[in-house]
Design a protein around this ligand. Sequence first.
Ligand SMILES: *Cc1c(COP(=O)(O)O)cnc(C)c1O
Length: 396
Amino acid sequence: MYGKIKEHLQNELQSIREAGLYKNERVIVSPQDAVIRLSSGQEVLNFCANNYLGLSNHPALIQAASDALQSHGYGMSSVRFICGTTDLHKILEQKIAEFFGTEDTILYAACFDANGGIFEPLFSEEDAIISDSLNHASIIDGVRLSKAKRFRYLNADMKDLEAQLILAKDSRFRIIVTDGVFSMDGNVAPLDQINQLAKKYDALIMVDECHSAGVVGNTGRGVTELFNIRGEIDIITGTLGKAFGGALGGFTTGRKEVIELLRQRSRPYLFSNSLPPAVVNAGIKMFEMMAETSELQDKLHRNTAYFITEMIAAGFDVKPSKSAICAVMLYEAKLSQDFAAQLLQEGIYVTGFYYPVVPQGQARIRVQLSAAHQPAHLEKALSAFKKVGKSLGIIK
Ligand SMILES: *Cc1c(COP(=O)(O)O)cnc(C)c1O
């Protein structure tokens, strides 16, 4: 009986609208790429996709997906352990382990599931999970599903992490959990220092590499390459939905006993469908491409360095970044929305973020660079930023 709750939900929606927090979805009618077409007919340059390596519409991945549709069909109609595992799933898991220099890998439908299914099977009341305050929502939810004691440290603050490790010293096992790159600022977790503290206080480390894998490190191997600690992180989670082709799929890769236990006990793995062969085969192709060359990383790193340097020179207040994320600080929520709207009129698609996605008074525009961006795209974006920045009085 759909009764009283209808009005309640309508009121709830109205209050979201009135608070200015209603999320409208823009409709794209072309493939995801540097240039996209919107349902309005407008063509815009896309600077807000996680398409860091420009692989979302890559011909080789489309071909690999199409090949697997022919050879392995459309869907698996099963979880992995009943009848949902193909030769392709096993190959992809191995490729991911090779890429990260880890022992084994388990696939999930998404990284949201990988993070949702990692803590509960491994940790219980006697254990401690020590989590960065800016970790992704899926980590927060995953931690909630376990019975372990929870500790939180200020974003990338090593003094606070150490204090929390001391508070957690009587636990049976301790694990430090962090995003590799924090998606709102683009800063990298100080994994070298985290690794030191983990050794000192006998703690495991888990890193979520969703925004760092494929992106940071000279060859895109992620934060363990950046800090030269390959093979030292116990658990890495990541997504195929960002730099790695942008379709979907998540994974946990790391110590072999951990992965083996997850196959036995991790609920999002045991009770959710297997990834479709087309997606898996495109993933295999993608990791083969990564193993051959780091051209795309080189281009992404050049694009990012150029864009950030030019934005700073133009007088914008940009957060220090070691990733492909450039946070342009505007501080006021309305300003961030006006700025993004005016940029769209100039043909540049970016998103303005404000509270509660970022702290109060910290509104910004997040620009995400891509290897798909050509020099002319960067020039157009920079001149649009300068034009709008001047018209709104942000720069001189
Ligand atoms: C995007 C993201 C996820 C979720 O990944 P999906 O595969 O899209 O579910 C998890 N963690 C972080 C840090 C992310 O940025």
